[in-house]
Design a protein around this ligand. Structure first.
Ligand SMILES: NCCCC[C@H](NC(=O)[C@@H](N)CCCCN)C(=O)O
Length: 500
């Protein structure tokens, strides 16, 4: 672990951003393809495929249900074999899955469509885990949340492009061309994984050369980072975060699935405006994710941000469920004002949650089993989303849209409670999720007695071996001054070993 952090910290800034560029593209194609059926909507139901509503929903179910298990296995494989080979294999599975889906549309074979969608989902969800793992390894201790933010922006761009261009594109060029376009974007993602492998391998070679001058031990990135730890028992904090993620993502994905219909039927909104209102949620999140990420890195407050975002989400659902044309309790606002505000609030909620949740989970667990951890979190997320969309369907059929929103509100309240307990337990335990990223780096540095002992003695001030991270931070703040000096240990250490 000590060497992992040292190796990750030694990576140069420029190299990190080249890696980030390619890693962001990993999921660009798959988000486009994931949202393709939703964006085409009625064209799949009324067009040449003539899918029934159940068949249409199956396209999402075959994506989500298998991933309740597969994405966990994906995470385990990434920890065991390393993110380089796994990213290539997973990206290839995603691409092949999308090409089979396209063939299914071309041959008007629903069975082939399902097989393709299943294969596509198996690759794409684990590719998401791979992306998070690589981002965490490269940005741990620096701009972690901001890097996650950029990856979210590029992914959301894929979804937004799908929602905005696919309806007119498929009317002009046909349904199979729309799916083929998805295949083309997946090949862009595949090429990005190959570029990543090249850059990552080069970086490892350079770092290995440097590290062998410092330490004759085994410092290979893949050996240090990717071996699955036998001690993959995750802390309570990780489980609470994953349960919060499961419930709150279930709200968003279920709402986005029914959003267009809901706006059209219950608020008398035209089809294109309804689609725009739903994609507004992604739009807000796309622009805000990196900015919010930067702020979260600088000031911390990840857990608190998630709490506020969940509250805002629940509030938006509450406003919506009380604004149906049959019974609008917010008379002073026009229907469109309410709808636009709620979509923007939901976008803010999604931004807060997605920007703060994944970095929080990453800092809660041991880097050696990070992919397994993210895999578990995404497996739970798929479980939550599958169950919620299933129950939403039943509620809508039996009781209508209003009750289905109430159901989501209840999940929102449950999420608020989980996030509250998560924050409290973290505050009185490891105290990590609300800390600025640089302070987390200091905690990690001070947890590395071998790497830092001599350096600490050079400072001539600090001779206490850390007992708990919190005690260490307090002692350091006394001796080295406030937050402004954070990173001083690392910089001195770099200077000592001749790296700037
Ligand atoms: N690599 C970034 C972490 C995941 C972000 C998160 N996506 C998911 O959780 C996927 N399981 C869902 C994919 C659905 C595509 N619309 C997110 O916030 O998108």
């Amino acid at each position: 672990m000590a060497q992992t952090t040292a190796v990750a910290s030694l990576s140069r800034r420029r190299q990190r951003f080249v890696v980030l560029f390619f890693v962001c593209l990993f999921t660009f194609g798959s988000y486009f393809c994931f949202d393709t059926p939703g964006a085409l909507g009625s064209l799949l139901e009324r067009g040449p495929m003539k899918l029934s509503a159940t068949e249409f929903n199956l396209l999402y179910s075959v994506y989500a249900w298998p991933n309740v298990v597969l994405v966990f296995l994906g995470g385990f494989f990434i920890d065991t074999f390393g993110s380089r080979p796994c990213s290539v294999v997973l990206s290839l599975i995603t691409l092949i899955g999308q090409l089979i889906t396209t063939t299914g549309v071309f041959c008007k074979s629903f069975k082939l469509l399902l097989v393709g969608r299943f294969l596509f989902g198996s690759g794409s969800e684990s590719l998401n885990v791979c992306q998070s793992t690589i981002v965490s390894h490269w940005f741990q201790g620096s701009e972690l949340a901001m890097a996650f933010g950029f990856s979210l922006t590029v992914s959301r761009l894929g979804s937004i492009i799908a929602f905005n261009i696919l309806p007119s594109y498929s009317e002009r060029f046909g349904l199979s061309s729309a799916f083929l376009l998805g295949g083309l974007l997946c090949s862009v993602s595949f090429v990005a994984t190959l570029c990543f492998v090249y850059v990552d391998r080069k970086a490892e070679e350079e770092l290995n050369f440097t590290m062998t001058q410092i330490d004759q031990g085994n410092t290979s990135l893949s050996n240090v980072e990717h071996k699955f730890s036998s001690k993959a028992i995750f802390p309570l904090s990780f489980w609470l975060g994953s349960i919060a993620g499961m419930s709150v993502y279930a709200i968003f994905f279920s709402f986005i699935a029914i959003g267009t219909d809901l706006f059209q039927r219950e608020f008398d909104v035209a089809g294109s405006t309804a689609g725009f209102l739903v994609s507004l949620i992604y739009n807000v999140s796309m622009f805000l994710a990196p900015v919010l990420g930067k702020l979260l890195d600088l000031y911390g407050y990840r857990g608190i941000t998630i709490g506020l975002a969940v509250m805002l989400t629940s509030l938006s659902l509450h406003i919506l469920s009380n604004s149906f044309h049959s019974m609008n309790v917010f008379h002073s606002f026009s229907r469109m004002q309410i709808l636009y505000s709620c979509s923007i609030f939901l976008g803010l909620g999604l931004s807060g949650i997605s920007s703060a949740l994944w970095p929080s989970l990453a800092i809660c667990v041991n880097p050696q089993s990070l992919a397994t951890a993210i895999g578990i979190a995404q497996a739970l997320q798929n479980l939550g989303t599958s169950l919620t969309t299933f129950f939403m369907g039943i509620i809508i059929d039996r009781k209508g849209y209003r009750q289905s929103l109430r159901f989501l509100e209840m999940i929102g309240m449950f999420s608020c409670c989980v996030v509250f307990v998560w924050n409290i337990l973290d505050r009185f335990g490891e105290d990590r999720i609300n800390k600025p990223t640089e302070q987390l780096e200091e905690i990690e540095e001070l947890r590395q007695p071998l790497a830092l002992e001599s350096e600490i003695q050079l400072q001539g001030k600090l001779m206490i071996v850390p007992v708990t991270p919190r005690v260490v931070v307090l002692v350091r703040q006394r001796l080295l001054g406030p937050r402004g000096e954070s990173g001083v240990v690392r910089r001195n250490y770099y200077a000592k070993i001749g790296i700037q």
